[in-house]
Each structure stands twice: as structure tokens, then as C-alpha cells.
Design a protein around this ligand. Structure first.
Ligand SMILES: *[C@@H]1O[C@H](CO)[C@@H](O)[C@H](O)[C@H]1NC(C)=O
Length: 357
């Protein structure tokens, strides 16, 4: 009996030490991970908590410097730049970019946890739900899918983006063509806009064969998250039965991260992430952001920046508008603002709010 008691005491002792260790480890681990970057926002410099957000690699240096110069020529501003990479930036890169920007550039690393496969998915699953025989751009690139996953579900919670409400997403190599007459962040804030875009496109069906079914399942499961009114008409010609593949091209975005940090968006991302389609197919952050913005926001929260002339190869948007065109230096005027995808959204915004795009 006494022997039994001693063994029991030993077990209890062991368990309590184990629990204590776990607690200490977690506490230390958490503290070491969540550095405080609140100083990145300086209210003496900008009234709005906004930044220019760039996900890039060391090899992008030259392209990025050109892009930064074009951005600052068309929009002289005081906002800081937050640059993130999945591997450390080199000193050469940091020096070059720091001297290219008029404000300050801050360089950060993405934790492996947010640039990797989710639980239960491995390399051999990549592309397994695609339709055989259909061509899928970047299908062979695993890092492309990690990037899509990061841009869909994690960037806005990176500790260096946490101090900010708004971001302007810029990619190395993109071009800007029109001198802005107003601060787009101020426009977003003063007009209660949440998601801003320039180009809308038709998605390549082969990359997302089962995305819409999954979205419909989400809508049935979480009807409370669907805004009323919403922009389902932007996504669908038949009231949601099928997706017309319209989406906002997310390599350009000016948006409010508080939307992505909301329960509805986080639940949506988690749901899609667990379905595995980012890897089993090749769901991108563009359709994921676009579907969320269209379903969870009222249509007047989405803004088409018709005054931002923009090129992301191979697509250019350059406004054909007597009030804006004189401020632009475009390779040529390419104004597809009235194409099908935009037309559906504009019609809705006009009908509901009298917004003229
Ligand atoms: C902001 O300006 C005030 C007054 O000039 C100064 O005391 C403060 O240190 C500045 N804060 C930062 C973060 O630069």
C-alpha cells in the first residue's frame, strides 16, 4: 500500500513539473515571438495608421527601386514601408531600398509557420484536386502556394503590420502612371471604404475548380456573416448558383486590415484553409479576398480607384476621363473600367447608393 502511494506521489510530481515547464516554455516562446512594433507607426508623421506593404525577395531589388520611384512620383507621401520576406533580407538589399525611399523602410521576416503547409497537407498533395489535363500557371511552384496562403490569411497579423489599420499592397515591378490629387488612405478613411482595387479580372477556372462549391458550403454554414446588401452580383450572374470568376486583382490593394482581422474573415480563411484548396488546387489570395469583400461587406465599402493608373504585367489600367487623364503619363489609354466584372459592381453601387463610378 505504501509503495503504491509513493509511486502515485512520484507520478503527481512528474505531472506538475511537466505542466510548469510547458507553461514557462509557452510564456517565453510567446514573448520571444511577439515583439512590439508599435513604434513603426509615428503619429507625428502620418495622421492615418497606414503603410506601404511589400512582400518581396532580395533578387527584386532593381525592379522594386523603379516601382518605388514611380509610386513616389505619383504619390509623394510620408507613410512607412514594411517589407517582408520568407528568408532574411541581405544588407545590400536593405541599404539600397532604404536610400530609395523618401520615408523609412522596415524589413521583416515571415515566421516559417506562416509560410508552409497547413497541418495534414504535404508536398505530394499539391495539385491533387485539379482537373487532369488542364494547364495551371505556377502549378509546379510550392512557394507560390505558400505565398497565396500567407497573403490570404496571415500578412495582416504579422507583428510589423499590427500597428497599422490600412495598407497599400505594392509588388516589385508594377508601374504607376497618374499623379494623385488626393491621399488614397485619407479617401478610404473619410469615406468609410474598406477594400480598394484598380483592376478586376476573370479568374483562370483551372486553378479554382472547386472553390465556389466550398464558398457555398460556407455561406450555408455561416449565414450570419453575409452582409445585406452584398455584392454577390459582382461574383455571380445567377444569384450565387455559379461563380462568374470575377475577382479583384490583389497585386494592387488599398484596404483596411481590420476587415481581415475580423471574426468573419478569419472564420472564412480558416474554413478554406482546412479544405486544402490552396494546395490541392491553386486558390489564390485574389479570389479569396474578392469573395470575402463581396460577401461580407456592403457594396459601398468597396472602392474602385479610377484615378490610379497602374500596370502589373501584362495588364494596364489607364483612365479615360477628362478630369484624370491630364494627370497621367500612360503607355497608352487602356480603360476597361466598364468591362463586365466592374459593370456589375458599378450597377449595384449606383442602384443602392447613387454612386457614379
Ligand atoms: C512627436 O512629437 C512630439 C512633440 O514634438 C515629441 O515630443 C515626440 O517625441 C514625437 N514622437 C515621436 C514618436 O517621434
Amino acid at each position: 500500500m505504501r509503495k503504491y502511494k509513493r509511486v502515485l506521489l512520484k507520478v503527481i510530481n512528474f505531472i506538475s513539473i511537466f505542466i510548469l515547464c510547458r507553461f514557462l516554455f509557452k510564456k517565453f516562446y510567446k514573448n520571444s515571438k511577439e515583439a512590439d512594433y508599435s513604434y513603426l507607426y509615428n503619429k507625428n508623421e502620418t495622421d492615418i495608421k497606414a503603410c506601404i506593404f511589400i512582400l518581396c525577395q532580395n533578387k527584386d531589388q532593381e525592379k522594386l527601386i523603379k516601382t518605388i520611384h514611380e509610386l513616389e512620383d505619383t504619390f509623394p507621401h510620408n507613410y512607412p514601408y514594411i517589407l517582408l520576406n520568407d528568408v532574411p533580407f541581405t544588407e545590400t538589399f536593405k541599404t539600397a531600398i532604404s536610400s530609395a525611399v523618401r520615408t523609412r523602410a522596415h524589413f521583416g521576416l515571415i515566421d516559417k509557420k506562416y509560410w508552409s503547409f497547413p497541418k495534414g497537407i504535404t508536398k505530394k498533395d499539391v495539385g491533387k484536386n485539379l482537373i487532369p489535363g488542364q494547364f495551371v500557371l505556377f502549378n509546379d511552384r510550392i512557394s507560390y502556394r505558400h505565398m497565396c496562403r500567407f497573403e490570404s490569411g496571415f500578412f495582416y497579423n504579422h507583428p510589423m503590420l499590427k500597428p497599422f489599420d490600412y495598407y497599400w499592397r505594392v509588388e516589385p515591378g508594377v508601374g504607376f502612371h497618374c499623379k494623385l490629387q488626393e491621399d488614397p488612405f485619407k479617401f478610404m478613411r473619410d469615406n468609410n471604404k474598406i477594400y480598394g482595387y484598380v483592376i478586376s479580372l476573370i479568374e483562370l477556372k483551372s486553378t479554382v475548380p472547386h472553390l465556389w462549391e466550398t464558398v457555398k458550403e460556407f455561406m450555408r454554414k455561416y449565414p450570419q456573416y453575409i452582409a445585406n446588401p452584398n455584392s454577390l452580383d459582382f461574383l455571380s450572374h445567377d444569384n450565387g448558383k455559379t461563380w462568374n470568376l470575377c475577382h479583384f486583382w490583389s497585386n494592387f490593394e488599398i484596404a483596411d486590415m481590420r476587415f481581415f482581422r475580423s471574426e468573419k474573415y478569419e472564420t472564412f480563411f480558416k474554413f478554406l484553409d482546412e479544405k486544402g484548396g490552396i494546395y490541392y488546387e491553386r486558390w489564390g489570395d485574389a479570389p479569396i479576398h474578392s469573395i470575402a469583400a463581396s460577401l461580407f461587406l456592403e457594396p459601398d465599402k468597396i472602392h474602385f480607384f479610377k484615378n490610379i493608373g497602374y500596370t502589373h504585367w501584362p495588364v494596364t489600367y489607364c483612365p479615360d476621363d477628362p478630369l484624370i487623364t491630364p494627370h497621367c503619363q500612360c503607355p497608352e489609354i487602356i480603360d476597361e473600367a466598364r468591362d463586365t466584372c466592374n459593370r456589375n459592381l458599378f450597377r449595384l453601387q449606383k442602384k443602392l447608393y447613387g454612386i457614379q463610378n
